[in-house]
Design a binder for this molecule. Sequence first.
Ligand code: 1OR
Length: 288
Amino acid sequence: AVSAEAYGQWNKKGDFNPPVYPKTPEQHSRIITKLSSSFMFSSLDDKDKEIVIEAMKECIFPTNSEVIKQGADGAELFIVDTGILSCYKNIKGENKHLKDYHPGEAFGELALLYNAPRAATIIAKTDAILWSLDRDTFNHIVKDAAVKRREKYEAFLAKVDLLSDMDPYERSQLADAFVTSKYNQGEFVIKEGDEGNNFYIVEDGEAIATKTIHAGHAAEEVKRYRPGDYFGELALLKGQPRAANVVALRVLKLVSLDRHSFKRLLGPVESILLRNAKKYEEIIASLT
Ligand code: 1OR
């Protein structure tokens, strides 16, 4: 026998007819580029990506027009094709400018993810072309994976010291962008002198940093990393080669961000990263 619930689930999927808005090949490829730079969509498989692209509708907003109104019901999310948009939130009677959105960025996802009223107002700062995705297609194709990811990482990220003062909304966006990786005991995550392209946070396990302090001698231990600790920021911040090796001491699980996501999502904590980086010099000084 098929349970009512299981049947309902199947039926729901079976009944779902995503909208199809025809696109020129040029529009199609523009959307593909935007989707791959938007964290929430980058992990979709090709079939789902195609459904999302077909369902996207082009919307044109002239300068100063309102795209989203705080407190309203939300029916769609938007991806910026061209133009700049500003996000404002009314906090205790004061209209605060929170951030600007540029091509490739998405907004309006919160109301759809959490079935909540619009949390902020979005205004076109310049003439803008956006792609909108309707709630039904979002719910069927994107939502479950996005909610699961955010829930999975929320508790972990809240415990990472570096991120503790970050706005919870910005922190939850990190979960969309993280890539996870696993290393066995003795494996190198980073090699001293290499070019650096990723930033890492330890999710589980332990790693050790070693560095050549005395020329001609083996690299020496300079630091240990446990869950919640981060590394790999220096090369990205300073545009220098990797300053140390990082090696797994036992099975090591990491979450990482590439250079672009690091810049975009960890901008708010850059001053903390730079301040903490000063401590490296003290460690080196104590070893020489
Ligand atoms: P939405 O569907 O609620 C408004 O419609 C959108 O503004 C929202 O989805 C987000 O995409 C976007 N808090 C809430 N929403 C924000 C925020 C934000 N920033 C952008 N949006 N905060 C700003 C963090 C820098 C927290 C403010 C206290």
